[in-house]
Design a protein around this ligand. Structure first.
Ligand code: S3P
Length: 436
């Protein structure tokens, strides 16, 4: 974990201007993994320079993959081919990244060598049976500490394809199984009751691996090869989300967020905010690297509370903390249900948000799978982020409308997904400072 860092957020100016948030975290992780397993050289542009994606790059380097950084936000990956990774006796440190650890578990299950994946304090508390159990059905051997990291992956197992229905909506689990499926005998099929982000499927297809997929299912067979492919990473919708909510709630704001990835499995927050009365336009829509991308023009508008449609939850799973903030300043109550997955993210995001919101005077009732939030005014106060990047940035947004200063403890992990957040935020009207 990075050094301790606290922030203070207070009312700023109306938010104005154009900005591009850093590259998509999910796409950046996958570009490294597929680039590593491909034959040839893949050039990635728009790569997220976050601690999470750098951790994944470092793990792949330990496994013998040469990855160059010709410039900030770029990587050139010298692929070693599907069977070219080299084992190491060192532990492989995934830091704070659940995506890194779970996807690598699938990828490493198919190797001839043993590996040990470890993580930081927060990752060491996150559930791993959701990947190790279906991987075991495929023939993988992975030991955990009671379902938690470290993961000891035993190599040299003959994997076989399975047909697996996901019990929880999780792109990480789906992706882990598809990556193991590259090494499996026969067909691997993942069925999703609630469709999740399909970057692994899209990128496998772009790298030339035969795959059949549609919302709710993905199917591939082992025994093919990946061809090196250049990847253009769009700006991360989940990072843009903080600016979207900020511009919605601060009177006089108009922000243009450039080249944001608009994969339909990610844009639930856009629909939720529009249901609440937001004024958000999409312009300059186009395709980039097989992904829909566009500019979001967000203007202030009075928001009202909603009953969040449960079907939107998987499409905005990482944006719910900042939706809590929108709900806190909207007129009337907002009800969120069907979001129990929030409890096993970088922190228990329902409990962490509820405690933080109470500390700044919001009436919030926590439920097992969501919350009931009464819109009103925000006071100053001190909130604890529990080292969770998205909680810290959500309360930075809350500070814009607070009657006093919101002090946010433990913000260093913002660097996992959004390096430069503070500077970018202050550049468009936030008043966010490191606390002394
Ligand atoms: C991700 C999937 C989601 C999301 C995470 C990134 C991915 O996790 O919360 O930030 O890149 O596949 P789950 O699969 O646990 O829902």
């Amino acid at each position: 974990m990075s050094d301790r860092l606290d922030w203070e957020s207070r009312a700023g100016k109306p938010l104005q201007g154009s900005l591009r948030v850093p590259g998509d975290k999910s796409v950046s992780h996958r570009s490294l993994m597929l680039g590593a397993l491909a034959e040839g050289r893949s050039h990635v542009r728009g790569f997220l320079e976050g601690e999470d994606t750098r951790a994944t790059a470092a793990v792949l380097a330990q496994l013998g993959v040469r990855i160059e950084t010709p410039a900030d936000g770029e990587r050139v990956i010298h692929g070693v081919g599907l069977h070219g990774l080299r084992g190491t006796k060192q532990t492989l440190d995934c830091g704070n990244t659940g995506t890194g650890m779970r996807l690598l578990a699938g990828l490493l299950a198919g190797q001839t060598f043993d590996s040990t994946l470890i993580g930081d304090e927060s990752l060491s508390k996150r559930p791993m049976r959701r990947v190790t159990e279906p991987l075991a059905q495929m023939g993988a051997e992975i030991d955990t500490r009671d379902g938690l990291p470290p993961l000891q992956v035993r190599g040299g197992q003959a994997l076989r394809g399975i047909r697996y229905t996901l019990p929880v909506a999780s792109a990480q689990v789906k992706s882990a199984l598809l990556l193991a499926g590259l090494y499996a005998e026969g067909e691997t099929e993942v069925i999703e009751p609630h469709p999740t982000r399909d970057y692994t499927e899209r990128m496998l297809a772009a790298f030339g691996w035969p795959i059949t997929f549609a919302p709710g299912s993905a199917r591939l067979s082992g025994g093919h090869a990946l061809r090196a492919t250049d990847v253009d990473v769009p700006a991360d919708f989940s990072s843009a989300a903080f600016f979207m909510v900020a511009a919605c709630i601060v009177p006089g704001s108009e922000l243009r967020l450039l080249s944001v990835g608009l994969n339909p499995r990610r844009t639930g927050l856009l629909h939720a905010l529009r249901l609440m009365g937001a004024d958000i336009r999409v312009e300059n829509e186009h395709e980039s690297g097989g992904e829909p991308v566009g500019d979001l023009i967000v203007r202030h508008a009075p928001l009202h509370g909603i009953e969040l449609p449960e079907a939107l939850v998987p499409d905005m799973i990482d944006e719910l903390p900042v939706l809590f903030i929108a709900a806190a300043v909207a007129a009337g109550p907002t009800v969120i249900r069907g979001a129990a997955e929030l409890r096993v993210k970088e922190s228990d995001r329902i409990a962490t948000m509820a405690a933080g919101m109470r500390a700044v005077g919001v009436a919030i009732e926590e439920t097992p799978d969501g919350a009931l939030i009464q819109g009103g005014t925000l006071n100053g106060g001190t909130v604890v982020s529990h080292g969770d990047h998205r909680i810290a940035m959500s309360f930075a947004v809350a500070g814009l409308l607070a009657q006093g200063v919101i002090r946010i403890n433990d913000c260093a992990n913002v660097a996992t997904s959004f390096p430069g957040f503070l500077e970018l935020a202050n550049g468009c009207g936030f008043a966010l400072a490191q606390a002394g």
